[in-house]
Design a protein around this ligand. Structure first.
Ligand SMILES: Cc1cc2nc3c(=O)[nH]c(=O)nc-3n(C[C@H](O)[C@H](O)[C@H](O)COP(=O)(O)OP(=O)(O)OC[C@H]3O[C@@H](n4cnc5c(N)ncnc54)[C@H](O)[C@@H]3O)c2cc1C
Length: 417
């Protein structure tokens, strides 16, 4: 912690809109120190939280982001790398604005452990960092069926090198080859994302490569298409995508590119030229190391995103267990609720009692069309949960394809600019 000056106190009050109500905010004595909030993970949720903590908290709070990568590659729009509409470079964002505009401290390393008693993090680079409040925004991890090589069977569900590996495999296909992908059991990152991928790849092989004899097979662990069913079924029918629900992967052979799976409880095998297995998912490892998980995800209080298992630790983004979708747009929304709650808590002001979050997913269904899905989530005081309201979807169209870039541009800017 650093020493507080009078500017710090003014920043807190400005954020809370309490400039003329000084009595509401407890006076910070001159001997007090500036609290240090450490954010682990610089994705959509972590980068947004750090930015808004400094935008709203100013010099009253020190903020450090710990993230191993110097640039973040957005999974959002990454299916467009597969059909050549985008490159991973187009979807890469640096943290330059976090440092220069918002005075966020950036540390590029991995957090290996959390000592909750001394409030200290140990990093992979050998250093340790103390925190007053800790925000964990580490995304997801995969639950693999067996120990296969993910460079041979890419998931491409975390963007970057994995996306390029899958793109290269698709580009080496010839007419008559098969592309098989698997969809994990819900909950997983981005509910429409896998269905979107099947549409984009089928369109690419047929309409860009001119292959009329390629097969696209989708093995879905779920009982049916879980979102935008009408839209995706209709695009699957147009492209001849073979869709098989209730199909759960049991093992992957990376040498022969063969899947072992059950379809409606019957054991089967399938070999494919390209195999894109998107495994079942759970919170990232640091959530388990910190002991803030219950089962596969991290339970939190939706008024603040503070862990219900460990006070002073907040979990946002895909790792949290509120039942809200695991998606970047809503991760950005959760991050603002969390930043607001931390600043209120540090200043002794009550949490905002009726938070709302919102989610939006645009899904390219070809190189020219996209669909969308949105939802607003409201805090329900009786059940103390976030409840979905005002959900809506828009079918696939050329107009939605161009709107997709307005939406994503705004989200990227709100997170990184
Ligand atoms: C194909 C596809 C399409 C998608 N489309 C949409 C869409 O249209 N709309 C939408 O809202 N969402 C979409 N998503 C989902 C969205 O990308 C994710 O939900 C979002 O990235 C989650 O944000 P996050 O901050 O929780 O995690 P991430 O973005 O994964 O960020 C986590 C960060 O934490 C870091 N980290 C992890 N562990 C540690 C550690 N121990 N120490 C330090 N750092 C650590 C990682 O390096 C990473 O940078 C899509 C996803 C895919 C794959």
């Amino acid at each position: 912690m650093k020493k507080v000056n009078s500017n710090s106190r003014r920043d807190f009050m400005k954020f809370l809109g309490l400039g003329s109500l000084a009595a509401v905010v407890p006076t910070v004595s001159s001997a007090a120190t500036i609290p240090h909030v450490v954010v682990v993970g610089g994705g959509f949720s972590g980068a947004t939280c750090a930015k808004y903590l400094k935008m709203w908290g100013g010099s009253s709070v020190d903020v450090t982001v710990i993230e191993p990568n110097a640039t973040y590659v957005s999974p959002i729009l990454s299916n467009l790398v597969l059909n050549g509409q985008k490159t991973t470079a187009n979807l890469s964002f640096s943290y330059a604005n976090h440092s220069s505009k918002y005075a966020v401290n950036m540390v590029h390393s991995m957090v290996n452990s959390v000592d909750k008693t001394t409030q200290t993090l140990t990093l992979a680079n050998g250093n340790s960092i103390k925190y007053d409040k800790l925000v964990l925004a580490p995304g997801i991890d995969f639950i693999k069926t067996n120990d296969y090589d993910m460079t041979k069977i890419p998931h491409a569900w975390k963007a970057g090198e994995q996306t390029n590996l899958l793109k290269a495999q698709i580009d080496s296909m010839v007419d008559g080859d098969t592309f098989t992908m698997t969809i994990p059991a819900a909950p997983y990152r981005c509910p429409p994302g896998p269905y979107e991928r099947a549409c984009v790849v089928a369109d690419y092989l047929k309409n860009k490569k001119g292959f009329n004899n390629c097969k696209v097979v989708v093995l879905d662990a779920n009982a049916k298409i879980i979102v935008e069913e009408e839209t995706f079924s209709s695009v699957f029918a147009t492209h001849g995508v073979e869709y098989r629900p209730n199909s759960m992967v049991t093992a992957v052979d990376d040498t022969t590119k063969t899947l072992m799976y059950t379809e409606n409880d019957v054991s089967k095998t399938l070999s494919s030229t390209v195999l894109n297995v998107i495994p079942n998912q759970k919170a990232a490892p640091i959530i388990f190391t910190a002991g803030v998980n219950s089962g596969n995800w991290a339970p939190i209080n939706p008024l603040s995103y503070e862990s219900v298992l460990s006070s002073g630790i907040y979990i946002i983004g895909d790792s949290q267990a509120t039942g809200q979708p695991k998606a970047g747009h809503i991760g950005n929304s959760e991050a603002k609720v969390c930043a607001d709650a931390i600043l209120r808590t540090l200043s002794g002001v009550a949490l905002y009692a009726s938070p709302k979050t919102n989610s939006a997913c645009y899904s390219p269904t070809s190189a020219t069309e996209a669909s969308w899905l949105t939802g607003v989530f409201k805090y329900d005081a009786q059940t103390q949960t976030m409840v979905a309201s005002n959900t809506a979807a828009g079918g696939t169209s050329v107009a939605n394809y161009s709107k997709m870039f307005n939406w994503s541009g705004n989200l990227f800017a709100d997170t990184f600019a």
